[in-house]
Each structure stands twice: as C-alpha cells, then as structure tokens.
Ligand binder design. Structure first.
Ligand SMILES: Nc1ncnc2c1ncn2[C@@H]1O[C@H](COP(=O)(O)OP(=O)(O)O)[C@@H](O)[C@H]1O
Ligand SMILES: [Mg+2]
Length: 499
C-alpha cells in the first residue's frame, strides 16, 4: 500500500463562526485535489506543541466570482470573458473538519479539545500511528480491516471488545458473516478465547474446518445431537414447555424422583408413562402435560443418553460450531441453541470452562422482540449478566428491529454494514448511543465489506473496510455460478458411479 508523506494539505481559515470547538474550515492546496477525501483524519500542529486531530466531514468548492449575479451579466456582454479574466483562479477547495481530540507533546495523552485552533495554522494528513492512538487501537489487537484513506490497520483491543457484547447488523448480503469469520480468525489465533457459534445455515463449517490447529475446531451437526433426558431436572424439562404451569412442573418433579429410584436410564416416554398412570391428578392437567411431552418427544431431539460432555467440549481457544442447517424446525433449532447456551453458560459461571464468546447468527430467530421463543431467556440472561462471568455475546442480524431490545441494548459495540430499511436505520440511531446523524445517513451507501464500528471498542465511530480472509479461500457463500458448477461436478460423479 502506498505510504503518504505528511505534507501540508492546507490551512485553517477564519469564517464568521469557525474555527470553534465543533468545526474547523480548511482551505486546501489545489495540488492535493486527488489526495484528499471525506473520512480522512488530519492533524493540525500548533507552535506551542499542541496537535489537534480531526476528521474531514465534507469537501466543497467555492468561487467568489460566481457568488454574485454579475457572473451571468458578464456572460451576456462578452462571450470570451473567460479569456480576459482568469475566473478559474478564483476557485478554492474548502474542507470542513470535525475536531476529535488533541494532545500535547509533553503529555502524549489524547484529550477532548478545549480551545479552538488558530486561523492560518497548517494542516497535514494524520499519521497512522497518531490515528491508531486516537481511536484506541492496540498493536496486538484483533486485526479486522483498514482505514484505507489514511493507511491505518484497524486493530481492536480484544478486552475492550469483549468486555460487554457485540452486535453485527446489516442487510442480507452486506458482509455480516464474512466480518464474523474475520473476527473468528482473529480469536482463533489468540489460542485462548473459546467460541460457540450458532450457525443456522451451516455456512461456517466448510470454511473453518480447513484452518490450522484443527484440534481446536469442532463442528457439531444438529441432526447428530440429542438432549440427554436423565441429565435434565424437572425445571429444565419445563423450560422446553413454555405453557407449563407450576402444578405440572411439580408433577414432573415427582415423576423424575420416582423414576430415578428404579433406573438412571430413562427417556421422555418413561416420563409420559409415569404421568399417565399417576393418580390423584386432575385429568385436564395430566392430559395437557402428556400432550406437551409427546410433542417434545416428536422432535426426536431427546434420548436416554448422550455423548455430549460440555465441560470437555470447551477447551481454551476452541471454536465449536453448532451447525443447525439440517434441522428444519425452528422450534428444534431454538431448543438446541437453548440447551447449548444454557449448559455452557452455567459451566462458565462456575469457572469450569474458559472465558467464552457466544456468536449467534440470525440472532432474531433465537431472541426476537415480538415472539416468545425457548432460546430467548438464556440469551437475555447472558446479555444482562454475562459480563461478570467473562461470557460475551456477538449477535448477528439483518433485522435489528426484530431483535430483543433487552439483548440488543446490552451490546455496546456495534459493527454496522450496509443498512437500507428506514425503520432499521432509525432503530439503530436510537439504540447506538455514540452514532451521529451524518454517520447514520451514510449507512445505505456502503459497499460490501464496508463497515462502521461504534461503541465501547473504539474511541470514535469509524468507517473502515473489513480485511480479506487470511486463513482460507473457501467461500462461505459461493456465488450462483460457482454453486451451479459445484453441483454439476457432483452430479456428474454420481452419474458416472451409477453407470
Ligand atoms: N469484506 C469482504 N471482502 C470480500 N468479499 C466480501 C466481504 N464481505 C462480504 N463479501 C462477500 O459478499 C457476499 C455476502 O457476504 P455475507 O457475509 O454472506 O453477507 P451477509 O452475512 O451479510 O448476508 C459473500 O459472497 C462474501 O464473500
Ligand atoms: Mg450471513
């Protein structure tokens, strides 16, 4: 990448209101016309050792000659006026800059600016190291992308990012999953932070199974899983039955107590049989309970034993992907998600597994604002209390409006890619405290992979380009043509085999 020299790009001018603490106007050198763009960071170094850093928020051209009606009059009088009077030379390029902070050479700490800069002071493009300090990047931080305009690597302080929770929000196809895969790459290289990824489309398995350190990666197919009934308490079984009453939960408690006296190996059908044969129970209460237990049993998710050991599963630095692609029922998906999150979170609160990040793709399916779902309660619980236990959420969604407000309001870092829907934009404006109107208005025009990072993990809302993947060339979502070609290849192989 080209390294830009820190040449003077212009000077601070005085207008009737600027420079002030919120705005600085610059007149730019004409020769820099192609080097300067909106979104660039500039620095203004003053004589007494203070440097002010700001962001170019708009660029415009001005020509005093065309400010008056005189221009059109002259135009009519003499057609070749341009050749007599050098109007072009009146043209100037002006930039509006928002001052973000200042630092004194003697202190080296970046502070809010308290006094305006002086008109006439020269401005340069800010150096990458200054910008990194301004934004709070760390040399060994998570490398997520580039601020191309200033040649800066975006390296996020992992502790600041995971101190609370993250939301990745954008329309479908904007690059959310890609951005999440970059985050995973970085966490994988940390070799200490564990991750559970809920993957409803089975997108991540093929990608990350080719990464190095494959013993630190495990992909679990939802259809091979079962929830072990003897490990569940009556309360835990009732969590799968939202409509259950306290009386019915007590019946379940009694059932388990009695059944366990006989055997440790039992399934839902044994519980159903016991409830069915129990006496002194209101028939309606009993029948409803049996109905619900039957419907759980019909999900085929429950069995009398299971190979899953959550404590052993979650080693330090391991990425576990729960691939739900072959489970079509949304209810079953939510049940498995609930089962995983609940067990792993419980183990984390007891410090039996390492600090963990729960990445939830299509989070609106698992904790929606408007409908009850089995997995909503545990996600909201982690959102509220996870921080105390070093359990962090990363919620990914294309429908922020549909996400549980409780969960989303606890995500204090937002990575936002392209958003078009006005309701979503408005909603994000309200939920993201540190996002300003101009940034919000810019979101619909972002390209694939361009993102805005706001919140706890970064000192100022910043637009950047998500970097390309390092670890694998496998596509999460191949394009239509590649998909058709892959299919054709497999189809031909099958045809040859059947000959
Ligand atoms: N930063 C990026 N660099 C290169 N390609 C990207 C980037 N982000 C997304 N893409 C491509 O755009 C397409 C959609 O991205 P994806 O992450 O699946 O979107 P989403 O999850 O938001 O629906 C994919 O083909 C992906 O490879
Ligand atoms: Mg996606």
């Amino acid at each position: 990448m080209e390294v830009r020299k820190l040449l003077t790009i212009g000077r601070v001018i005085a207008t009737s209101t600027t420079p002030n603490l919120e705005k600085i106007d610059l007149i730019l050198n004409k020769t820099d016309e192609n080097q300067i763009e909106k979104g660039q960071f500039i620095s203004i170094e003053e004589k007494h050792g203070r440097t002010v850093i700001g962001l170019i928020t708009s660029i415009k051209k001005h020509n005093a000659y065309f400010e008056t009606h005189q221009a059109s009059v002259q135009e009519n009088v003499s057609r070749d006026f341009d050749s007599i009077f050098p109007i072009d030379e009146w043209e100037v390029i002006l930039a509006e800059v928002k001052p973000l902070g200042e630092f004194q050479k003697s202190h080296n700490i970046i502070k809010r600016i308290k006094f305006p800069v002086s008109p006439g002071t020269k401005a340069t493009l800010a150096s990458p190291s200054l910008i990194s300090r301004l934004l709070g990047f760390k040399d060994k931080g998570l490398f997520l992308g580039y601020i191309f305009q200033n040649n800066v690597k975006v390296k996020i302080d992992v502790s600041r990012l995971l101190r609370k929770h993250i939301a990745i929000l954008a329309i479908s196809g904007a690059g959310k999953s890609y951005a999440a895969s970059i985050l995973l790459e970085e966490l994988h290289q940390s070799e200490s932070i564990s991750v559970l990824l809920i993957d409803p489309h089975g997108e991540y398995g093929p990608l990350i199974s080719s990464w190095d350190n494959s013993d630190k990666i495990e992909i679990i197919k939802g259809s091979y899983l079962s929830i072990c009934v003897p490990e569940l308490t009556a309360r835990e079984i009732s969590e799968f039955i939202p409509e259950i009453s306290p009386v019915q939960t007590r019946i379940l408690e009694k059932a388990l107590m009695e059944i366990r006296k006989e055997s440790q190996l039992y399934g839902l059908n044994d519980i159903i049989k016991w409830v069915d044969s129990s006496e002194n129970v209101n028939t309606r209460t009993k029948e409803a309970l049996i109905g619900w237990l039957h419907s759980l049993s019909k999900t085929y998710l429950f069995s009398s034993k299971s190979d899953l050991n959550f404590e052993k599963l979650m080693e330090p630095g391991k990425i576990v992907v729960l691939d739900l692609a072959d489970i079509t029922s949304i209810r079953s998906r939510r049940m498995l998600t609930h089962y995983f999150l609940k067990n792993l979170y419980r183990l984390r609160t007891k410090k039996k597994i390492p600090p963990i990040v729960f990445v939830i793709e299509e989070a609106h399916q698992f904790c929606s604002q408007n409908s009850a779902s089995i997995s909503k309660w545990i996600i909201e619980t982690i959102a509220r209390e996870g921080r105390k236990f070093y359990a962090s959420l990363c919620l990914i969604s294309q429908r922020p409006v549909n996400l549980s407000v409780t969960a989303l309001s606890q995500c204090n870092t937002h990575l936002i890619l392209r958003i078009r829907n006005p309701y979503d934009l408005d909603f994000i404006g309200r939920t993201s405290e540190s996002i300003d109107r101009p940034s919000l208005n810019f979101l619909p025009s972002l390209n694939i992979g361009e993102a805005l990072l706001v919140g706890e993990a970064i000192n100022f809302p910043t637009f950047f380009q998500i970097r390309e993947r390092k670890l694998s060339i496998n596509e999460i979502n191949p394009d239509f043509e590649s998909m058709a070609k892959n299919y054709a290849k497999k189809w031909n192989v099958r045809k040859d085999r059947n000959k």
